[in-house]
Design a protein around this ligand. Sequence first.
Ligand code: 8YV
Length: 329
Amino acid sequence: MARSKKPVVIVTRRLPDIIETRMMELFDARLNVDDHPMSRADLIEAVQQADVLVPTVTDRIDAELIAQAGPNLGLIANFGTGVDNIDLKAAHERGITVTNTPGVLTEDTADMTMALVLAVARRITEGERLARSGDWGGWSPTNMLGQRLWGKRLGIIGMGRIGQALAQRARGFGLAIHYHNRTRVPEEIEDELEAVYWESLDQMLSRMDIISVNCPHTPATYHLLNARRLALLQPHAVLVNTSRGEVVDETALADHLENGEIAGAGLDVYEHEPEINPRLRALDNAVLLPHIGSATIEGRVAMGEKVIINAKTFVDGHAPPDRVLETMF
Ligand code: 8YV
């Protein structure tokens, strides 16, 4: 069969209509109509047929898969900012360009992080469950007391775009901003956010009231918050993670929450998605969301637009704007 003249773009999940329509105009776009995560066999077929593959966080694009890529696969245009689902080294060794969608989900993810801080500190979901249960005995001065945010210390692990957007919001809630990052951010940003830099993550952990994980998942950040580091947190501390589950040792976190060694956790991401550790699911002091940190209509469309720009630029023979280099992570 003659190959279509338009480049074959295989999209592993359903995207907003407006994005799919535009993709079909521009490319020979093949959509995964049932929207289930692709099976390994389907992914192998996809990398063999595609000129451009558009995966999401639910697709594992590892070295073994990349080794089976067909001769035409030139671009992996990830629908997402985090690229821990892709073996960058294997892709680059094979001459495959990788792009992502940075910047357009910053504000939404920062909003959701702040929402989780509030939900845990002020016991919002617990209160909602009580209100719905029919068991609420009426107002009492000691009912469902949470923690005041105003005047507390927020420690942000990873002061990139999302960390900074979170800091801006948190300042409005009267939180003092502290952070740990691979490298110190420029002085003007520190000044604007009145942010205190901690070179030692361990020291920062032991001094904070709230900790937010906003760094990418890389080999260096895998289980960054392990049992030893979680033990440094104060008993009233709240931990929030909207980054990647793998950054926190989930079993150790469940131990700490069960034993009251920290006050609560707000999680949007998990080590083995879509499975959520049943021990976490059983806890009242854990607020659990199903990886929806960036899930807004506007955000998803903007992500799709970035994918289209990256793919179109690439197939037209130019360097796409959001190239991901191995050195970035
Ligand atoms: C996305 C995310 O929803 O972009 C990311 O890195 O974690 C999410 O907000 C998802 O990854 C899309 O693939």
